[in-house]
Every structure is written in C-alpha cells, then in structure tokens.
Design a protein around this ligand. Sequence first.
Ligand SMILES: [Fe+2]
Length: 244
Amino acid sequence: MAVLSDLHLTARPAVRFRGVDTHTSLERVLEAVAAVPPDVVLLTGDLSHDGSEQSYRALASLLAPLGRPWYALAGNHDEPAELMRIFGPERLLDDLVAGRWRLRGLTSAVPGRLEGRLGTRDRQRLLEDLTHSDQDWIVALHHHPVATGSGWIDGSMLEGAEGFLELCAASGRVRAVLYGHIHDARDVRRGPLALYATPSTCLAFPHPSPGLDDLHPPTPVGWRRILLHPDGHHETEVHWLPPA
Ligand SMILES: [Fe+2]
C-alpha cells in the first residue's frame, strides 16, 4: 500500500501553496510510487487546498496513470460534499478487507474547523466492529492523535485522542494508526499500536517549530510504503524525495 498525504492541490498549478506548485510536486511523488507499484493507494486528507472542483479533477487525472485503486479521507482543507459529488462514496475510505487485514477510514475533519474530531457514530461502530473481529486492523484518519511539540499545529490535533488510542489499543486488534495533517513523518510506538504519520507530497513542516514563518520551500516531500504480510505482521518505510 502507498500512503500519500496533504497534497494541497489548487484549482490550477499556477495557484501556488506557499510558493509550491503542488500539482508538479504530486506528479514527482507519483513517479516514485510507480517505481514500486502498490496494490492500493491511500490518501490521508488535504487532497485539495481550496476544495475546488478543478483540484479534485486534477487529482483524478494525476492518479490515473498509476492504474491502481485509490481511496481518500477528507482533511480540514477539503470540501467533503465536493469529494462525494465528484468521486462518489466508493472513493472515500470506509472499510477495506484484504485477507486477514482490515483497513478502516475515519472522518476526523469537521467542516469549517481546523481541529479534528470523530463522530460518535463512527467511534461506536469502530468499537463494535473491533469487538467482533479477529482480523488485523489498520485505522486511518487525517488529524494527528499524538502531539508533535509544535504548539501551532498541536492546537488542531484530534480531540479526545487519548480515548481514541485507548479504544484501539484495548481491542487488541489494531496494529497501526495512520494519519497526516502534520506534514512530516513520524513512527511512534504506543503500547501495542504503531502510530505512523505520512509526510506531505508538497511541503514539509519541521516539528517541533515555533510556526510556519521560517519555512523556505522547496522542502523534501515524500510518501509512505506499507507492506501487509499474510501472517499479520507489517513493515513500513518513508520514501523521501529531495527538494525539486
Ligand atoms: Fe495539510
């Protein structure tokens, strides 16, 4: 599986995100992904920077040459209604099963807000499904459930993160939690859980840092590869590309 995050595509390549052409940047990352073709591609939010129809159409065009199924989660910059209208529900990650592995997508983005929150129904469904499952689970969401040390972004982390991680750990079924939003890579172990952040395909935020003002693009960009083995163990590595 290839995991990409925080693509921040704009309506047109000429409209830049902090000086970065996010379209060309994604294209470079996808070329690297194509060199080790995944079975499936997962996008953990902020696919679009401006929520425009053009940005989502551009995403579909850029992903098409890879010829692999892809699934997405909405981030705080996305327009979930546009995502749903353009791609249909089948592109929004809900519940994927492959052998003994089960991949669950959770919506943490709340329209009009920066911070993340899980809906009561999603949380309850996760708890119930985990209770009745003997599979190995990966749970994916946009917002970060562990602090980065950068106050400016930790203010928008997942609300109730401790309770969410406890729920996942107590189930004994969740092997890893995948997230984006922090524009950096992280591999953190929390009891039985592996918590993996995937870097942005367009702009890296260093953590911990006092803010974005000292950021001077271009920065390294990257993606995460995850190998899910039939015996229930997994491996992962972050592939970084040098600044363009
Ligand atoms: Fe982002």
